[in-house]
Design a protein around this ligand. Sequence first.
Ligand code: GCB
Length: 622
Amino acid sequence: MPANRRPILRQIPCLAMLFCISPMLAAFGQQQPLQTLLVGIDHRDAVSLDGDWHYLVDQFPFRALYTDSGAINDRGYGRNTHPNIASGAHNDEYDFATAPTLKVPGDWNTQVPQLFNYEGVVFYEKDFDAQPKPGARTFLHIGAANYRSHVWVNQKRVCDHEGGFTPFDCEVTGVLHAGSNYVVVGVDATRLVDGIPSTRYDWFNYGGLTRDVSLVTLPAAFIDDYDVHLTHGATWQPGNTELSGYVHVLDAPAGTAVTLSIPEAGVHASLKTDADGNAAFAVKASKLALWSPESPRLYKVSMASGADKLTDEIGFRDIRVEGTRILLNGKAVFLKGANVHAEAPIRGGRANNDQDVAVIFGALKELNANFVRMAHYPHDERMTRAADRNGVMVWSEIPNWQQIAFDRPEVYVKDVAMLKETIRRDRNKASVILWSVSNETPNNSTRTAFLTNLANEARRLDPTRPITSAFDTEHIKDGVGTLDDPFTNALDVIGINEYLGWYTGAPEAADSVRWILPRKPLIMSEFGSEAKAGNHGPATQRWTEEQQASVYKHQFAMLSKISELRGMTPWVLFDFRSTTRNIPVLQDGYNRKGLLSEDGKKKQSFFLLQQAYKDNAVGKPE
Ligand code: GCB
């Protein structure tokens, strides 16, 4: 059985005493329904529902979406009725048929000026044709909807989902009919204290159906999930070409035949499902070129079972930690990267199309980067696909950002669901080398117990990748930097965020800082300072490109002396929108720590980092 299908209670080892004795335990047994079903959706024959959707704004108190008791209102806009204006009788006072439209995928903020700062409920509606086939099953796939969403098809609520950055699928088989059908999605972007992220964060809360929406029709039993990777094991040697994993066929009886073939690697395997529909395998590839940044080789991997078949493109590589080294295919690597938010450069708004991804990867390649931290949440699947193709290694993160309600059991349940959705979508991407479970969380026992359990859960779901997290609990005093945080014990790779030269001290203070760190690989996961592109002056003048460049130079001097340093991702590739950045003229609603402005102007720091990466001037693989 794939690990992520087991009930959550059995998945959580009682590692942290706090959780073993806590009344929270009951809630840790609750299972959040797994909404993400279809792995490799972009390699399926799907009918796109992208394009124009009618929308109606449901202003606070969100009466159309919630009843007075807070339940989901199934007698509201989801019914998609039309007012009988001619008869004059009083009935529902909304009408999608004559409502304006929004483009999907797309946030509402950048499409409708009046909705720019709106963080509430918007209903979307679209009509579509269907011709259901007997015996076939149809799923509505939503790439992401921020933050909570509730979906009705032909007046029946088909699913609810929480989490703004992971995909989900709603089965609509029983509710479709031949001819015209409709779908209504109520999306609520309200910030929640028990949300992930919670109410405070330093990026823009783009609401809506922010990623692709499609309909996928499949046979009664179909391949919903698979994992094809280079066998990890305790030791791996170059030359070991065994591939292992599973192909899962949903609703298949035990003994159902499955084939797996990777012709170019000489793999042709005939498998059988077990009682859970799972066909596990371990097969030797007769020839295999491994994936690496220098040679990002992807193989066509075909899977078939009964009437279902699917071909994905997958790369194979080994990633592991040994002492303070990170080994890719047995060879020590240094991760030359940058942080990236999922914001579209140039056009603005949530990044969600090929063009956005091409601009972001164009900048990373030009920077000579081999690594990217996709901050602070899972990005569009196009991003990890592009990373696979471009040979850029990825730090993937779930949005546990700073102040999460770690004391609330229901938050843990949501977190596990989000982690599962993230890992399930991207576990077949060779580029993804690290799962990060959090960013800058406070050092206290409740958080440490919570995140330790979550890190262990990530490792259980995917034992082939190291687990990491970014810290800001370090102390720099009298020229000595230390990180004494018990949560580091649960991790394979440590990330540190520090802003010497911006939030604390002068840039040159970095030169003499010596770090005393856990003996694990370190990634300096954030550093930097703000500069408005085109703003020039002396290096001592804040907000200038020169000051930002000076921060980078002094950071390089410090980083070069950290013996555990195995990677760096300065904050951040492009300037990005943030509601908390309100210095007129200098910020105007943007966090200006970009190496490039939001419209693509390169700052001095970009060229400095580009050269440093080209010359391998900062940091060593071992
Ligand atoms: C951080 C956060 C990041 C912020 C950044 C900043 O430490 O991790 O999300 O945007 O600092 O600019 O303050």
